[in-house]
Design a protein around this ligand. Structure first.
Ligand code: GTQ
Length: 355
């Protein structure tokens, strides 16, 4: 029998390398070589901060509009892929972002999937997203939800192109390998109308809900509301800005909530808006939820870690987990943001640090 080498000796090191080489074909690997990279003291992410100028993205999307129909494409969307996650179609490790174009007269076929989606209208006026056969007529900066496994189709009966941001939890569902998707049976493009536009908002959007009545009076989901119009959320932000001092790290901020439980809008995705008064600069803040922001109004500068990004209306910014973010408002600045905070909070993972 050969003597055991002293642990840590050159001889032991050489024998370990031999051991690894013999183990690898058995799919066995030493934790001690990778532990520090797996269980890190603070978050590490390959997500990079990045800003997309709206006008540039829009020009490419309109060119695609000349070359492929919404029906052919099924969804005519340019993916905003994070430069740190090439080939992933992901904007953060958990989320997807894309800009979708629907031209006048077009429809995007009805389908449903286990991914949750939000739509944030960027331009146009009067195209619709229908959820389970009820249309939400979309105006710029409206938020529309298509929660998981709900039938949805889109169409543009207005005279102008409509572009919105699609925010989905595609990478999260991929992580769990839990994607299911299907079209309406018998090839139908659009769901039959089940309720007139605005019906759900009238029932659930005003601190009311159907009392008694039949099941038909109630939306059959845990998430009744699906349209959060700009006119309403902007008015709420303005009221807040008139009477409060801004939060030093966020400005005036309001979260979109699910009226059924007071929680975030969807199981995996949380969304909010914030207003920074002209000249206001937030203090830096870190959070574990990487976020996608849309500039709704105004201009300013976002500092993400060491980088600075000039913000102009409709630009799109992604901020990685745990990078410090501070924002300076040159003029009154209004932002929309979405992130996976909803999922992280359920999992007990979400943290922030206010610097
Ligand atoms: O509208 O259902 O941008 O399924 C990507 C995947 C939109 C949608 C996207 C989708 C959708």
């Amino acid at each position: 029998m050969t003597a055991k080498p002293a642990p840590g000796s050159n001889e032991a090191q050489a024998m370990l390398q031999g051991l690894y080489a013999e183990m690898a074909p058995q799919h066995l690997y030493p934790l001690w070589e990778v532990l520090h990279a797996l269980v890190t003291p603070t978050p590490r992410s390959s997500v990079q901060p990045h800003l997309w100028h709206y006008d540039g993205a829009r020009a490419h999307l309109l060119r695609a509009g000349d070359l492929i129909s919404a029906e052919q494409a099924e969804r005519r969307v340019l993916i905003l892929e994070n430069p740190g996650l090439p080939g992933s179609s992901a904007v953060t490790t958990s989320l997807y972002a894309g800009l979708q174009l629907i031209l006048p007269g077009e429809v995007a076929p009805c389908h449903r999937h286990t991914q949750c989606a939000l739509r944030f209208a960027m331009e146009g006026d009067g195209a619709f997203t229908a959820l389970d056969g009820e249309k939400a007529i979309m105006r710029p900066f409206d938020l529309v939800l298509t929660p998981n496994w709900q039938w949805h189709d889109h169409g543009n009966t207005s005279g102008k192109p409509m572009i919105w941001l699609d925010g989905l939890d595609i990478p999260t569902v991929r992580h769990f390998a839990a994607s299911f998707a299907e079209h309406l049976p018998d090839g139908a493009m659009a769901h039959h109308e089940t309720a007139p536009p605005g019906d759900t908002s009238a029932r659930y959007g005003r601190n009311l809900r159907p009392f008694g009545g039949t099941a038909a009076a109630r939306r059959p989901t845990a998430l009744p509301l699906f349209h959060y119009p700009y006119a309403e959320w902007r008015d709420s932000l303005a009221a807040m800005a008139r009477s409060d001092a801004p939060d030093p790290h966020l400005g005036h901020a309001l979260e979109f909530v699910n009226p059924a439980d007071g929680g975030p809008v969807m199981p995996t995705i949380a969304a909010h808006v914030r207003l920074l008064p002209k000249g206001f600069a937030t203090r830096p803040r870190q959070a574990t939820d990487a976020a996608v922001f849309v500039v709704v109004e105004g201009s300013g500068t976002a500092r993400v870690g060491e980088q600075a990004f000039a913000l102009a209306p409709r630009d799109l910014l992604v901020v990685p987990s745990w990078e410090s973010l501070s924002i300076e408002a040159e003029s009154e600045l209004v932002l929309f943001g979405y992130s996976d905070a909803a999922a992280q909070q359920k999992l007990g993972l979400w943290r922030e640090a206010r610097l």
